[in-house]
Design a protein around this ligand. Sequence first.
Ligand code: TYD
Length: 151
Amino acid sequence: MDRLFVKNAQWIMAKKIVDGHDGILSVANEMENIPFDIKRVYYIYNLINHRNVERGRHAHKSLEQVMFCINGQCNVLLDDGMSAQEIVLDQPTKGIYLGANLWHVMREFNSNCILLVFASDFYNELDYIRNYDDFVASVVEKGNMVNVISA
Ligand code: TYD
């Protein structure tokens, strides 16, 4: 498992139940695998232009999410404003926690990729930071605020 060095991200493992029946059953429980109260679930699929498309390309001010790739695979670029790394999501039970203030870009999908996302709150466009420069500025501002408080 790749070591995560960006802030506000962590690997999340869902439970995998192989019980002798055909197929595998996987479970993610609130506060056990998912580190927040789940208010919303959404999924991304039907990536027809999968080779060229990028999704995400934003950060959230307060929303927390856990993303699983339950079919196929994609890459996710994670950027905390100070450092960045690209990870691969290619296992249905290996998800990524996307905390607030984490720029993320999903890309290099294969055509059968399906992303399943658990979110800590309902959709709110005001919680999005969609401009990268604004994101970096917000990280710098928050960093300064922490310094002021701890001084
Ligand atoms: P967005 O979050 O930008 O998608 P992605 O990060 O995958 O590129 O959302 C795309 C559009 O869908 C945007 O117009 C907002 C809308 N949307 C909702 O209405 N509800 C939701 O729960 C989500 C996630 C998006």
